[in-house]
Design a protein around this ligand. Sequence first.
Ligand code: ADP
Ligand code: MG
Length: 402
Amino acid sequence: MDNMRHPHPTGDLSALAKADPQTLQNLYALYNENTEKLRLAFERLEKRFREIDPYNIYNSITEALITLDQEEKILTFNSAAEKIFGLRERDVIDQPFRDCLPVCAASLADYRFSGSTENRYEITFRDERGDPVVLRGRYSPLLDRDGVEIGTTCLFTDLSLERLLEEKARRAGRLTALGELAAGVAHEMRNPLTTIRGYLQILPACKDDEGFIQEFSENLIREIDRLTRLTDDMLNMAKPISPELPVESMSAVVLDTLHFLADQFTARGIRLRVGEDRDGSPVRMDRDRIKQVMINLLVNAMEAIGENGEVEIRFSRRLEKMDENQPPRTFAVTEVVDNGPGIPPHWLDRIFDPFFTTKDTGTGLGLALSHRIVEEHGGFIRVDSAPGEGTRFWVLLPMAEG
Ligand code: ADP
Ligand code: MG
């Protein structure tokens, strides 16, 4: 009986003739059950085939996929291509690619010329509503089943939304920075103004007190100097950089800066060492502003180490990648190293913030300003410091070509 419920497919069929009705009924039920299972399995399989039909994939992807024949006439044009370029498949099939999509003609020509499969083009145009569209285009050979090249495959990814969001985030960031800056300036101006007001208020009562007048004028001058320094720094920060910059030697600029800082270093008993600059570090720069950066770094070092310290300036060159998509380029590196107290880790990521200062008379604008100047030159500033181990600032500026 048990044997009958699971008959082997190649089992002896003559046994069926002798089987009793109950056994036959069981067999029939089993047959029905298995047929149903098979039907379901078949349905699932069919559905999967429908789903992975290349045609569905081709029209569901969000990238515009276009194929061209050897004469650059359009063979296929998927749904995303219709949407992105605002054209209909039936209007462009068999038409020359360059006529249908003139905005892509230059990139296709470049791909044809270079023949590189590692290509990546940025294509921008305005859609029929006048909105800017940014595409990343890639071209590759279209191959047949035997791997023979029969045309070109063009793939375009729409980056417009991504770009829009990036721009929005940047703008929001700028507005926040502006708000913070305004709040900082207001705060910084309030202190000297309050002091000046206080003195002026008691002036009538004390105008015959010589000691007071002495103190009055000293403090007034100090506070007004502070306001002047603040406005100078603010103005420097707002000044745009000129687009046409002459090539100057970084080490020459540093020596120039040291020329008028040397006395202050000597007066404080600080030893100064300047390394050799074998390359001369030619950099396209606004000389006065780069000098401003060096003054800020050197004065900070001087203020940090106090007596009997040592400051060293070193020059070198270094190959560095600014971001993923750019080839590496050569930077002129200027290091300012001091053996002062160093910067605690919890301050390290704040020292470039406007108005961050740990000094009584500091403005906290020196490093913020330096950072901005160096960035405007296409470079960057880094810092390496630990308490008790001194501080090292590196200024990297793109080396001038040739
Ligand atoms: P300020 O000099 O007016 O304080 P900066 O922007 O020049 O403003 O510097 C910000 C802060 O960074 C300083 O107050 C100090 O705490 C820290 N700092 C900068 N350079 C050094 C250095 N070489 N050694 C130790 N601390 C430093
Ligand atoms: Mg400073």
